[in-house]
Design a binder for this molecule. Structure first.
Ligand code: AR6
Ligand code: MG
Length: 321
């Protein structure tokens, strides 16, 4: 296993990456493609780095996993709902608040989400954008990463594409957080692994296409092929592409994600999680990781998630003896 100090840097990188990408991308949400000068300014003068619902829900997921020492659907749903009631102004999509109202009426955590959007469930990117803590806690247990990503998605995003988006983002983070930096990284191997966990044609087509768009397809072609919208099957591939195209630089990955336009906070947040998991906190520009809202809380939660991950590992080892 990778030594603890390096893992700590990666766990912190993933959690801070979520918030930094979210906060940097938020002012550009819904704009077309973002111009170069606007992006350059973000490096020196990022402005107040305030996060949105993406990070708010990520915090909720971390809090629930830590309190219950693992996944508890009812508890996680109630934690999301409680946090929403405390700070409803974070920029939530239309779906989650409806789920929280249904939960308050006594509908169970695994049923409420399936009533949304005429009974099809949400395919928004909301389940993927918050999944980092689950990926970290179960990083050495791929089956648990898949099942906890799927079950946590079900709370608000029961459409198969909403669920698959969460599974893909979680599997990518779990893979990257344990990648040995001494070994050359092969994007094609990660993409093949991801194809195996995303059966829907929407995701498979984009994962296949992604290899051919690396390393320097023009922006317009990337947004056309991957999408840049609020749907999971657009934002998740867009974020993964932004990372894979810039694997060795956190700031390049996140700024590239924002340059795609559309749902910039969520695409940059998910690209930030991937890059932070791979490169660690130390690769995030100091200004960003110090100035982002709740930086010390995110770091503290990352450390506690690592403790929990190691606890789960030792339980598994005992179980296997
Ligand atoms: N049919 C039609 N439209 C849909 C469907 C569906 N089955 N599912 C989703 N949409 P939502 P989220 C559309 O509301 O995923 C914040 O800005 C619909 O327009 O479940 O948590 C974050 O920063 C719906 O409102 O919320 C993220 O960018 C929208 O997709 C984003 O919102 C989003 O799905 C996260 O939103
Ligand atoms: Mg947001």
């Amino acid at each position: 296993m990778m030594e603890e100090e390096r893992l700590r840097d990666r766990f912190r990188g993933a959690m801070l990456g979520v918030a930094v990408g979210d906060a940097l991308g938020a002012p550009f949400e819904g704009m077309g493609m973002v111009n170069h000068a606007g992006l350059e300014r973000l490096e020196a003068e990022p402005g107040p780095l305030r996060y949105t619902d993406d990070t708010h829900m990520t915090l909720g997921m971390a809090e629930s996993l830590l309190e219950r020492r693992g996944f508890d659907g009812e508890h996680m749903a109630m934690t999301f709902a409680r946090n929403y009631r405390q700070e409803p102004w974070r920029g939530y999509g239309a779906g989650p608040p409806q789920v929280f109202r249904l939960l308050a009426q006594g509908i169970t955590w695994d049923q409420a989400g399936s009533t949304l959007f005429g009974g099809t469930g949400s395919f928004g990117n909301g389940a993927a954008m918050r999944v980092t803590p689950a990926a970290l806690v179960y990083y050495r247990h791929p089956q648990s990463v898949v099942s906890v990503a799927a079950q946590s998605a079900l709370i608000t995003h029961s459409h198969e594409l909403g669920i698959e988006g969460a599974i893909l983002q979680a599997c990518a983070i779990a893979y990257l957080v344990q990648w040995d930096p001494g070994t050359p990284f092969n994007p094609a191997a990660l993409l093949r692994l991801l194809e195996g966990v995303a059966p829907s044609p929407e995701f498979r087509r984009k994962l296949k296409r992604m290899v051919t768009l690396l390393p320097r397809a023009p922006l317009g072609e990337v947004t056309k092929e991957m999408g840049n919208g609020i749907a999971a099957h657009e934002a998740v591939p867009a974020a993964l592409y932004a990372f894979l195209r810039n694997p060795n630089s956190f700031s390049k990955a996140v700024l590239y994600a924002i340059s795609l336009g559309g749902d910039t906070d969520t695409i940059a947040s998910m690209a930030g999680a991937l890059s932070g998991a791979y490169l660690g906190e130390s690769a995030i520009p100091l200004l960003w990781r110090e100035e982002v809202e709740s930086a010390s809380r995110l770091r503290e939660l990352a450390d506690q998630l690592l403790e929990l991950a190691l606890e789960i590992d030792s339980q598994e080892e005992e179980h296997n003896l």
